[in-house]
Design a binder for this molecule. Structure first.
Ligand SMILES: [Zn+2]
Length: 470
């Protein structure tokens, strides 16, 4: 079994070369080298390892990492530093999209755009949940500063019964994923009798495995197997349906949508206890379901300002999906609203009970424009009852814990990667303030907001030209 082919990898090399060549001065990533020194002076630092802010602070960045954090005047600003006036502004760690997607190499321009859309919104880490054979190489090039984009954690392509046909194939599949350079196993539709062997092989190889809970496995077995992450709250709603409920042989639908009337929220504490015992992370992707089930009209969703950055074929696909879902019985307004409310309740109960939660929106699925969608997801989390600070924790400190790299990113402290967002307003007061940016720093490279807007405008203009020429 293989996870890709060499000709695909060569295709990516060409695509990335083209990307760097055609990108122009603003787009070409410049590696943050030893000599690059940047100092944010006068900032209100939100370190995100605690709730408070550090007023009148200086943060010095050197070679892509945070070198020093301390009160203004106490931290020496090197004479050659590029000084950024952060007085009256808030400096926080970059955000992580823990269930995102990065396109394959076939359309180099779209790939470049998606990477930029993420970082333009302060998303500096993406757990890429639709792996392509070219993505480990792309991850390494981004990390080396050769391509501008969020740091990637790369999942394999979906595990399918073709890739892992039986229990005997599990160990080899995990080894092949590791040697192809992937960081985690993306579940997948593996057969229920194969699942335990795959879980065991992944644990033995110390390889995380997450995503969906395969059909027929169920929440209890996935948690018992200590699946690393469950995304989209997959199978939680089915768990809330009491075992003796009459489902009438009806398929559970989209994340349990067809069983929502049978779900008993009284079973949430048990779901919480089992999740805590397993240590499994949840990446709720509320927006994935809410964009199909919300009372907001399709016209309103497709009319959002950020849609201008998405190619028409992508936007058309989203509208088609929503039209199909709107015709389903389980997506009629009352049932759809119950589904949204129940998923928000799941988040609140799991979060408040201490279950580990990481931010993810599943961009670019269903009206989730990469980067921009993280703001909608955060707003939904706050609507579900999290405070803005708690929601921010799921997108900063928690993802670093989830990936086993708490000293690498997600907080502001010496040694952390210099992934930062400078804001004009306090995001703890209103989560929407995250969009009032003064700039984004990606692994030490500073992108002032004016440059970000210029480049976004160029993407929008190109997409519009392509729309007209179709
Ligand atoms: Zn996804």
């Amino acid at each position: 079994m293989t996870w890709g082919s060499t000709h695909r990898i060569r295709g990516l090399r060409r695509a990335v070369a083209a990307l760097v060549l055609c990108a122009g001065a603003t787009a070409t990533a410049q590696p943050a080298s030893e000599g690059d020194v940047v100092a944010f002076v006068g900032a209100r630092v939100l370190p995100m390892d605690r709730e408070g802010e550090l007023a009148d602070h200086t943060v010095v960045v050197r070679g892509g990492r945070i070198a020093a954090v301390g009160p203004d005047g106490e931290v020496e600003v090197p004479a050659d530093a590029h000084r950024i006036d952060a007085a009256g502004r808030w400096l926080m760690p970059g955000l992580a999209e823990m269930h995102g997607h990065v396109p394959g190499p076939d359309d180099a321009q779209y790939l470049e755009d998606v990477l930029f859309l993420y970082v333009s919104n302060g998303v500096t880490t993406v757990r890429n949940m639709a792996g392509h054979a070219s993505h480990p190489d792309l991850r390494d090039r981004i990390a080396a500063g050769q391509v501008l984009g969020p740091q990637l954690t790369v999942a394999t392509p979906w595990v399918t019964p073709e890739r892992v046909p039986d229990a005997a194939a599990a160990e080899g599949a995990v080894a092949a994923a590791r040697s192809a350079g992937f960081d985690l196993i993306k579940l997948g539709t593996v057969a229920p009798e194969v699942y335990p062997a795959l879980a065991q092989a992944a644990h033995a190889a110390d390889m995380p495995f997450g995503g969906h809970v395969p059909d027929g496995v169920g929440l209890v077995a996935a948690l018992d197997a200590r699946q690393s992450s469950i995304d989209h709250f997959d199978r939680y709603l089915e768990f809330l349906v009491p075992p003796d409920a009459d489902t009438g042989e009806r398929d559970p639908g989209f994340f349990g949508s067809a069983w929502v009337h049978l779900a008993d929220p009284g079973r949430l504490p048990e779901a919480l206890a089992r999740t805590l015992a397993a240590g499994t992370w949840n990446v709720p992707t509320l927006s994935l379901v809410e964009h199909l089930a919300s009372p907001e009209s399709t016209e309103a969703l497709i009319g959002r300002p950020e849609m201008r950055y998405m190619p028409r074929r992508v936007r058309d696909g989203w509208v088609r999906s929503r039209t199909e879902f709107a015709a389903r019985e389980d997506f009629q307004p009352e049932a759809a609203q119950r589904l949204v409310a129940l998923r928000r309740q799941m988040l609140k109960v799991l979060h408040d009970g201490g279950a580990p939660i990481a931010l993810g929106s599943d961009a670019p699925q269903f009206f989730n424009v990469p980067g921009f969608s993280i703001h909608h997801e955060l707003a939904m989390m706050v609507a579900a009852g999290l405070t803005p600070y708690e929601a921010l924790v799921t997108g900063t400190r928690n993802p670093a814990r989830m990936l086993g790299r708490p000293d690498d990113f997600g907080t502001i402290a010496p040694g952390r990667r210099a992934d930062l967002i400078l804001l004009e307003a306090d995001p703890r007061a209103d989560i929407a303030h995250l969009q009032r940016r003064a700039g984004v720093m990606v692994a030490g490279r500073w992108l002032p907001e004016a440059d970000i807007q210029r480049r976004l405008a160029a993407i929008a203009a190109r997409v519009e030209r392509e729309d007209l020429s179709e």
